[in-house]
Design a protein around this ligand. Structure first.
Ligand code: ZN
Length: 94
């Protein structure tokens, strides 16, 4: 559940948030380098992760409406698959 809360609030280990709080200087996605690594990019837009997005969330590229329909279990499977572990997420909200 913690994974879902931090992803939905944007207070994650994703580079966009880390650059805002001064933990890193590069807000770009480390997987593709094309866009800032926001939750929206991470879950629905990353070209480097599109195969994992498709197999776990049900589409290669997802818009906000489609992401709103995704159930918690597929989100957890996706974050596990791309190795965004809960222990890492805990560090950013403690
Ligand atoms: Zn990306």
């Amino acid at each position: 559940m913690k994974v879902l809360v931090v992803l939905l609030t944007g207070h994650t280990i994703l580079n966009r948030h880390l650059s805002i709080v001064g933990i890193c200087t590069d807000p770009l996605c480390p997987a593709c380098g094309e866009e800032q690594e926001t939750t929206f990019h991470f879950l629905g837009r990353c070209l480097a992760r599109m195969q994992d997005i498709n197999t776990t969330l049900g589409g290669y590229i997802l818009d906000l409406e489609e992401l709103r329909e995704v159930k918690p279990k597929p989100l957890i499977r996706f974050t596990t698959k791309v190795q965004l572990h809960q222990s890492q997420l805990t560090l950013t909200i403690s």
